[in-house]
Design a protein around this ligand. Sequence first.
Ligand SMILES: *Cc1c(COP(=O)(O)O)cnc(C)c1O
Length: 406
Amino acid sequence: MRETFLSFSPPMLGDQEVDEVVDTLRSDWITTGPKVKRFEEEFASYIGAPATLAVSSCTAALHVGLAAAGIGPGDSVISTPMTFCSSIHVIEQVGATPILVDVEPDTLNIDPSRIAEALEKNARSVGSGSGNGRVRALVPVHLYGHACDMDAILGIAREHGLAVIQDAAHALPSMYNGRLIGSESQGAGPSSAPILAAYSFYATKNMTTAEGGMLVGSREAIDEARVWSLHGMSHDAYKRYGAEGSWYYEVIRPGFKYNMTDIQAAIGLHQLGRLPWFQARRREVVRRYNEAFARLDALQIPVERPDVQSAWHLYVIRLNLEMLRIDRGRFIEELKLRNIGTSVHFIPIHLHPYYRDKYGYKPEDFPVAFREYRRIISLPLFPRMTDQDVDDVIEAVSDVARTFRR
Ligand SMILES: *Cc1c(COP(=O)(O)O)cnc(C)c1O
């Protein structure tokens, strides 16, 4: 058994990040300046997106994305219960109403057929003047890094004139039909229903800036989001105080304070450069996990559909509970006793007291999300895992699965 505890997902930073941060600290720009601009440009070209906005978190990116799409009081937004709370909080924060729909059993991503059902129900209730406001946007989440069924989702959005604000916190980089998630708005003309994607650079994500996020989309939508991200001012600080700028600004929205600093961008520039290597290592670990765990009938390994290349942000096994004498909580405790750190992604939104009580949700309202929630465990997956670390996880998981096999 392992001697020391294996953390679930530590970051991987090198000398280049350290030197770039020091360089920033010694310069005249520590907050939003030239490095943020360079990070935005390099990220845009990496994704193949027309425009990008670096902000303080993915949560901030989702919030300004909704604001830029004009979503507010009286509107409804369709999303998923299988996500982190902030994907849904931002809908509440702009004054709109979240409508949750259940997920697909294989990917645990939002089920497009349920979106279509919810839209029909919404149209009937809006028509009769009762219930929620009209649905104006979708917030799909590419859970664990596996792209949602985007052909279906974008088709529905187009048909109903809906904005799409993708929670791409796990999806750097995810491919759908040979294209990167986030590149959808390329070539799309000006539109009142933008297609946006929001990325996270939180410490545990596929690349990090400690805290940080990026919104990508059309030039028009990103310009509007930029105004929302910095006090609703018509120019950002760099332009105002830079050599070519002026002191004059106008406040045109009641905006937020969500700008990224050059200290964060300094880290991000080098993390983005390392991303291809990070991803190759993630895929290698996943390949070895899949090979080992496919042999254990008490476990179900994650899917990767043929039209998708997952970003493999998380490796989530599912317990076949009827074959085990222990539940998920005990399985996690047994792994901890074997020095393996794990987590659960996520406790479904409708089980949290705030949403449960406000909307009167019952656990069975989203039967797939509720059933699968009780079977999921996220295993350690990070680029600097050694082969020995991977072997240790495989050994511990196999031992627990065999020891407690019914
Ligand atoms: C991490 C995460 C977020 C929030 O990202 P922050 O950068 O911490 O705001 C949002 N959605 C999902 C699915 C996440 O995993």
